[in-house]
Design a protein around this ligand. Structure first.
Ligand code: ZN
Length: 234
């Protein structure tokens, strides 16, 4: 077991996540200098990462906040049966698919998320998009399959665009190898580790109708359901 690597990775993620944790007063201390850049640049939580700016939506300008709200309104939320359905493999790699992928990418970026599965916008296609670094282009995987998952597991906090208010600790393999197609049907092979691997696994779960709620224990689930009821106003 590569315990050194693991500790380092966990430590890094922990810092990033803590910065995005909601603060009780909604503000918290202003990060200064280089720290501010780090906090902004690292504005991602694992999973869909919709909680990315929960620690400080005030960091977004009013236009960005409006775009985020509009994007989130298009994402299916807990209780919508589509989230429990299994998506179908894509067979036609046509202009309609590319439009769908472009739209998903725009929605994810507007929502300040790090990943989005087609299921989450009510399209039962095995398509996911993700972007774990703000400067990177949006990546799209069509018909993704996990070919291999490493034995090393890691538990990290995840959020989900479909589960507002929910942050849960989810255990997943640190590394995966995924085969997929690109938007034109060409074969892809992605070797991912850390946040990238986690986001891909979270999104593939969506394509199978699986939510993070299914990957946690009873105590966490009870907490999560309470947070959901509060966030969804029911
Ligand atoms: Zn999700």
């Amino acid at each position: 077991m590569a315990s050194d690597t693991r500790t380092e990775r966990e430590g890094e993620a922990e810092v990033a996540l803590l910065e995005r944790r909601p603060r009780s007063d909604g503000r918290g201390p202003e990060p200064a200098g280089a720290g501010a850049a780090d906090a902004a640049g690292g504005a991602q939580v694992a999973g869909d990462g919709q909680q990315a700016v929960e620690g400080g939506p005030d960091e977004l300008d009013p236009q960005a906040q409006a775009r985020r709200a509009a994007a989130l309104a298009q994402v299916r939320k807990f209780g919508d049966p589509v989230l429990r359905a299994r998506a179908r493999p894509v067979e036609r790699f046509d202009g309609a698919l590319r439009d769908e992928i472009r739209r998903m990418g725009e929605l994810m970026v507007d929502a300040v998320g790090v990943g989005l599965a087609a299921t989450q916008i009510g399209i039962l296609h095995r398509v996911l998009v993700y972007r774990v670094q703000q400067q990177s282009p949006v990546a799209a995987l069509v018909n993704p399959e996990i070919e291999w998952a490493g034995e090393e597991l890691e538990t990290l906090e995840e959020g989900c665009l479909s589960l507002p208010g929910v942050h849960v600790d989810v255990e997943r393999p640190v590394s995966v190898i995924v085969s997929a197609r690109d938007e034109r049907g060409r074969p892809l092979r992605v070797e991912a580790a850390g946040l990238e691997a986690r986001v891909i696994q979270h999104e593939i779960d969506h394509l199978d109708g699986v939510l993070v709620l299914d990957r946690i224990g009873r105590a966490q689930r009870r907490e999560a359901m309470r947070a959901l009821r509060e966030a969804l106003g029911g």
